[in-house]
Write a protein that binds this ligand. Structure first.
Ligand code: ARG
Length: 457
């Protein structure tokens, strides 16, 4: 226990268990020790500790870390309130009373804020890397499916034909925005909280610039009161996670649909599917379903965190200790989901011809026909109406658009000439697209090349 001087009796057992965060924050031990080493280095530099005291403490801290990593020292929640008290107590056991100088001018409030920021810096870089892996898997699949036609949907109704490559690239765009959110999250932890103390700095001449530099921060934070209760950077990360998980869940949903008998578009690899305990024939897309399901949890963590923060008076309040449980759970979940999604995309087998014939028997080229009329000079509204009539005619005569002959079209309206039927070909329709960002195969190939350059593939 790091406190106790003013207490007559010791803490109740349940209260101790209830308030200990050790099980959760022990994973910050490396960052905690890194921060402490910077702190005592600075204490010696400004003359508060002698160089030899500082060295004894630094060596002791390194031993605590080695002991923890080798498993020879196992801190438990019944003994310690948190990782900070555990490390300091063990340090005292190892180096004696000089350990009492470690916490000079410091509070666990600025300490924990520093630890999590250091951790976040590392994790944000890792999330960027995992998103790039997801992008690479999308890119590889897209490259080999530039000619795989499929229906594009709005309202889950067939809209216009697209290619699978184009569809997959849409997710690469989402991943890119996710990466940008992680870059912003990295940016949000560029300043050092160390030296903010409990809430109002210190009367000791602590050199906050030095500790910031030693820990790789750009400089110290400006207002100690804000610093010890600022959790915005964690909210930024939770936002990045919850949005990223929504993207993954949207792709997961599509993989579930595409692998059904009804869609019959893909086969997921055995490594990422499971069987049924009762129905021997089943191959279930459980990983995709779980990603979809877990996005509920990461959204929940985000909302729980906001709710925990709401109306907290300045500055540090113990409520804030609930932060790390939510943050760690979200990050761990997201990290697993990103890796599993990458595996699913990598191992996914596509039935390339699934929609080739199918698209000849639907109405998804209706817009192309209307565009043809526009090129002939007809106002779009009129063209839209006329093609509506064509669809109606088809329905009455048991035909679909690509099955129409120029005689059929001529019978419906004199506005159509022979060349109209040429746009009704699902195989060539993509090449007619003119606009930037469309599924024109040449543009898609260009996009693939840009992505490959960007991802150094
Ligand atoms: N375990 C605490 C947390 O995670 C560390 C800070 C404790 N500060 C305090 N004044 N009790 O927030």
């Amino acid at each position: 226990m790091l406190w106790g001087g003013r207490f007559k009796s010791s803490i109740n057992e349940l209260a101790m268990k209830f308030s200990s965060s050790l099980d959760v924050d022990i994973r910050l031990i490396e960052e905690d020790i890194q921060g402490s080493i910077a702190h005592v280095t600075m204490l010696a530099a400004v003359g508060i500790l002698t160089e030899s005291e500082s060295k004894t403490i630094r060596d002791g801290l390194s031993s605590v870390l080695t002991e923890y990593q080798s498993g020879s020292w196992k801190p438990t929640a019944d003994l310690y309130e948190d990782v900070h008290s555990a490390v300091e107590t063990r340090l005292t056991e190892l180096v004696g009373s000089v350990a009492g100088k470690l916490h000079t001018g410091r509070s666990r409030n600025d300490q924990v804020a520093t630890d999590v920021r250091l951790w976040m810096r590392k994790v944000a870089a890792e999330m960027i890397r995992l998103n790039e892996d997801w992008q690479k898997s999308l890119l590889k699949k897209a490259e080999s499916h530039q000619n795989t036609l499929m229906p594009g949907y709005t309202h889950l109704q067939r809209g216009q034909p697209i290619s699978l490559a184009y569809h997959l690239l849409a997710f690469a765009e989402m991943a890119e925005r996710d990466i940008n959110r992680w870059k912003a999250a990295q940016n949000a932890v560029s300043l050092s909280p160390l030296g903010a103390g409990a809430l109002a700095g210190s009367t000791l001449p602590l050199d906050r610039n030095l500790t910031a530099k030693l820990l790789g921060f750009e400089g110290p934070t400006a207002n100690a009161l804000d610093t010890v209760s600022d959790r915005d950077f964690m909210l930024d990360a939770l936002h990045a996670v919850s949005t990223g998980m929504i993207h993954l869940s949207r792709q997961a949903e599509e993989l579930v649909l595409w692998s059904t008998k009804e869609w019959n578009f893909i086969r997921l690899a055995d490594e990422v599917t499971t069987g049924s305990s009762l129905m021997p024939q089943k191959k279930n897309p459980d990983m995709a379903e779980l990603i979809r399901g877990k996005s509920g949890r990461t959204t929940g963590n985000h909302v729980a965190f906001l709710t925990m923060m709401k109306a907290l008076p300045l500055s540090y309040n113990r409520d804030l200790q609930e932060d790390k449980r939510l943050l760690f759970d979200s990050i761990d979940t997201y990290s697993d989901c990103l890796q599993l999604m990458t595996m699913m995309i990598d191992g996914m087998e596509v039935k390339t011809d699934r929609f080739l014939d199918d698209l000849k028997h639907d109405f998804s080229l209706a817009t192309d026909l209307a565009d043809w009329l526009v090129v002939q000079g007809m106002p779009f509204r009129e063209a839209h109406h006329l093609v509506g009539k064509v669809v109606q005619w088809c329905e009455e005569n048991g035909k679909t658009l690509p099955e129409l002959t120029s005689t059929d079209l001529g019978q419906i309206s004199s506005s159509f000439s022979d060349s109209a039927v040429s746009v009704l070909n699902p195989l060539t329709c993509l090449a007619n697209k003119k606009t930037i960002g469309s599924p024109n195969p040449e543009l898609v190939a260009g996009q693939i090349q840009n992505w490959k350059n960007r991802l150094k593939m």
